[in-house]
Ligand binder design. Structure first.
Ligand code: AMP
Ligand code: MG
Length: 366
């Protein structure tokens, strides 16, 4: 009887261990210059995720490997915490509670959600309204239009535009308050970046000398890479499986947005999942927008914003935020970029660099 019970427990322990390994596979990158551990793609925030932890050179190998293993777990936990608080797919998330709340009732929110909301409000001003997390009714309208395969009417679009905006959302120290019932928030354009920042911080806090956190192609790197002096970041071609450019980044974040990887098709035409809050229509300014910044929260939001406004937005970029846009002109794609972005390129760009680049603020490449 006793033996049977022990057997049962052993089976449960083995199954749990298997489940953990399956969710977050770890492999040793020891073949390269520096010893490092990498999680193989696991799912987080509805997309694939890869984390690399590089322990310091002086650590004793066994201790270094277990420190790197712990660091990977901390990074994963940080990502999952952000997802649990900010996902629109999770009914119990703080974001879902805010969206479900009635007007004039303060909603207690975790500090992280309030921080992202405050950042989003700043970014709304910096991007002159192009980045707007209160556009959720429009986002939902176009999402469901894609599901039924029918374009929304102008009246529907105007109604969704009027339903929600920043004047109807009040942020307090610990709470947010909706001034109308219809205001709705979608953090899909920034929460992933915020989560990546928290995961990179977790790697650092766990003593790693270097690290990479990549969620669905948006990423942050710091310190020593497993090989060489800088991390090589490849930016995906919006028109196919290849790479348009390779960047060398020591410390920083790179995010790419565009209608190419998520869109709806109505009457044979593709519509981006990114909405222009000014018109209420899906964005169509660029094929892709890649942003390099010190942190992923900034890079994520600006990549979404530049997908809305295109080249004009390059002049609005804050200092030390760099961008590369792929835009269509006369049926051909071309690249437009800021000077700082050009300096990071080690291969590419595949599409010819526009002659017309540059802007009034001197942020252009020439
Ligand atoms: P990303 O892939 O980072 O560009 O984020 C796209 C997601 O951000 C969409 O799926 C929406 O959830 C949300 N979104 C769409 N348009 C906007 C916008 N103009 N401002 C802020 N978030 C947006
Ligand atoms: Mg974004």
């Amino acid at each position: 009887m006793q033996v049977e019970r022990i057997k049962g427990w052993l089976l449960i322990v083995a199954l749990v261990a298997l489940a953990v390994v399956a969710a977050w596979k770890v492999e040793d990158l020891g073949r390269s210059d520096r010893r490092s551990l990498q999680s193989r793609p696991a799912e987080v925030m509805g997309t694939s995720c890869r984390v690399i932890a590089v322990p310091g050179d002086n650590a004793e190998p066994r201790a270094a490997a277990s420190a790197a293993g712990r660091a990977l777990k901390e990074a994963e936990a940080a990502l999952r915490r952000v997802e649990a608080e900010m996902s629109r797919h999770i009914h119990a998330s703080a974001l879902s509670r805010l969206n479900a709340a009635p007007a004039h009732k303060p909603v207690m929110l975790p500090p992280a959600v309030l921080e992202v909301l405050r950042d989003s409000q700043d970014l709304h001003a910096q991007t002159r309204g192009a980045f707007d997390v209160t556009s959720r009714p429009l986002i939902e309208l176009w999402r469901s239009a894609g599901e039924v395969g029918k374009l929304p009417s102008r009246a529907d679009i105007d109604r969704a535009r009027r339903a929600s905006d920043w004047t109807s959302l009040e942020l307090g120290q610990k709470t947010a308050l909706k001034r109308t019932n219809t205001v709705q928030v979608d953090l899909g354009g920034i929460a992933k970046g915020y989560g990546i920042d928290r995961a990179a911080e977790a790697l650092r806090a766990a003593g790693m000398a270097g690290g990479l956190v990549d969620v669905g192609g948006d990423l942050r790197v710091f310190g020593s890479p497993p090989q060489g002096q800088a991390w090589e970041v490849k930016v995906q071609d919006p028109k196919g499986p290849g790479t348009i450019v390779t960047l060398a980044v020591k410390d920083g974040a790179v995010c790419t947005s565009g209608g190419y990887h998520r869109y709806v098709t109505i009457d044979g035409r593709q519509y981006s999942h990114i909405i222009d809050p000014r018109t209420g229509e899906p964005a169509q300014a660029v094929a892709s927008a890649t942003v390099l910044a010190a942190d992923t929260t900034t890079a994520d939001a600006w990549a979404t914003a530049l997908s809305v406004v295109g080249e004009e937005g390059l002049a609005w970029l804050p200092k030390k935020v760099e961008a590369l846009l792929v835009v269509a002109a006369h049926d051909q794609l071309r690249s437009v970029m800021t000077r700082g972005m050009k300096q990071r390129i080690v291969a590419g760009p595949v599409y010819p660099v526009s002659e017309k680049q540059g802007d009034a603020s001197g942020r252009g490449a020439r």
